[in-house]
Design a protein around this ligand. Structure first.
Ligand code: CO
Length: 168
C-alpha cells in the first residue's frame, strides 16, 4: 500500500461516509497502519492511500513498540472545541515539509469504531492535533492550506519540486 504524495488529485477528493463495518474495513485499517509505520507517521487518512472513505488511523507514538495508542476513527465529527494553538506538523503526503498550523487545543470528537459502534473522545494537545490534521484529509483539505503567509512563501520551492517530480 503506497502513500499518495502531493499533488496527486486524489488528495483533494476527500472521503465518503463509511457505511459497511465489515472484516474488509478492518483489513484496510491494518494495511493503513502498516503503511503509516513504514513511512514513520503518526496518522494516516484513507484518501492518502487513494481510498475515498472517511476513515483514519493514528498512533501518537508513531512506532510499533507501543501500539496501545492506536485508534481507528470512521466518520469523525468534532462536536466541541476550545482554544486555538499553533504547533508544528508534517504530512506523509508532503515529504520534506514541516510547518506550524493553528488548530483547536481541546476537542470532543464523535466517531464510529471498526465495529460501527459510536464512540466519543475528549482530547487535547498532540492527539487533538493529529485528529484534526487527519480529519482535514477526509474533506480534501491539506495542511499547506493552513500555513501562515510567511510559511507559505518558505515552502513554495519544496511544493514546486514535488509538482515537477510528479510531472516527470
Ligand atoms: Co497529512
Amino acid at each position: 500500500m503506497q502513500v499518495v504524495v502531493y499533488p496527486d488529485p486524489v488528495l483533494r477528493r476527500g472521503g465518503k461516509e463509511v457505511t459497511e463495518f465489515t472484516p474488509d474495513l478492518k483489513a484496510l485499517a491494518d494495511r493503513m497502519f502498516a503503511a503509516m509505520y513504514q513511512e514513520g507517521g503518526v496518522g494516516l487518512a484513507a484518501p492518502q492511500v487513494a481510498i475515498e472513505l472517511k476513515l483514519l488511523v493514528l498512533n501518537p507514538e508513531g512506532n510499533t513498540k507501543d501500539r496501545s495508542g492506536e485508534r481507528v476513527l470512521c466518520n469523525p465529527k468534532i462536536t466541541r472545541k476550545k482554544g486555538r494553538e499553533w504547533g508544528e506538523e508534517g504530512c506523509l503526503s508532503f515529504p520534506g515539509i514541516h510547518a506550524e498550523v493553528e488548530r483547536w487545543q481541546k476537542i470532543t470528537v464523535t466517531y464510529r469504531d471498526l465495529d460501527g459502534t459510536e464512540q466519543s473522545l475528549d482530547t487535547e494537545g498532540w492527539l487533538a492535533r493529529i485528529i484534526q490534521h487527519e480529519m482535514d484529509h477526509l474533506d480534501g483539505v491539506l495542511f499547506v492550506d493552513r500555513l501562515s503567509p510567511a510559511d507559505r512563501l518558505r515552502v513554495r520551492g519544496t511544493l514546486a519540486e514535488l509538482e515537477s517530480r510528479a510531472s516527470r
